[in-house]
Design a protein around this ligand. Structure first.
Ligand code: ZN
Length: 218
């Protein structure tokens, strides 16, 4: 998911934190069982911080851009997807969109649960979203320290291409559905800040500012 603003203190840069129906407070862009940053061993923390430096943060115009469809399923795309998977993993994220790395490709990767394989969706298109909505907390690697309740469809169906250009159709619910919606939003220049009330947005911005000015938010 998102990367740090040079000016933003690195602390809780979790991506989309999404709780599922079990009401868990899971962060979407952060692995579910990932320990809090303060508890990370130094090596994991260093790797996470290094990965987060590649993630664009709020204020970077690329986060507001609309990504373009991928037309060539070549080696460069494979490499790009592999890199996204590594950065997402190192950043302790559960999802990452290409735009968050400054690449305007309609590509996203995610892994909702540690035991799942990495999924890459190229040119994803939502073909169905349930009317039933669920509200859960989300974070975003591009919005350090921000955790907000976001209402989204409980279930979605998506068609996409895989890294090799083959057709994929995914039906998802719970955390997976939430991550997919969060990441497709990124491809359209939409952030979780756009999906919450003005009041919640104000509070989120304040949390970000406070984290930035904290003496040692590390
Ligand atoms: Zn995000």
């Amino acid at each position: 998911m998102p990367a740090e603003d040079e000016t933003v203190a690195e602390d809780a840069s979790i991506e989309l934190a999404v709780p599922t129906s079990e009401e868990a407070d899971v962060e979407v862009e952060r692995e579910q069982d990932a320990p809090e940053p303060a508890e990370l061993d130094p090596e994991t923390r260093a790797r996470r911080d290094a990965a987060l430096r590649h993630v664009r943060k709020l204020g970077d115009p690329v986060l507001r851009a609309t990504a373009l469809p991928v037309e060539r399923f070549d080696e460069a795309l494979q490499t790009e997807i592999e890199r996204m998977g590594v950065l997402m993993h190192d950043a302790l994220g559960v999802g990452l969109a290409a735009t968050q790395l400054g690449v305007l490709h309609r590509v996203l990767v995610y892994r909702a649960y540690p035991e799942d394989p990495l999924t890459a969706l190229v040119n994803p298109e939502m073909t169905w979203m349930s009317d039933e909505q669920e509200t859960a907390e989300e974070g975003c690697l591009s919005l350090p320290s921000v955790h907000v309740e976001v209402e989204r469809s409980a279930r979605v169906r998506v068609v996409a291409k895989d890294a090799g250009g083959d057709d994929l159709e995914i039906e998802a619910e719970g955390l997976e559905a939430r991550i997919i919606q969060h990441e497709i939003d990124h491809l359209n220049g939409v952030l979780i800040l756009d999906r919450i009330s003005r009041q919640a947005r104000k509070e989120a911005m304040r949390a970000m500012r406070e984290a930035q000015s904290a003496p040692s938010a590390a």
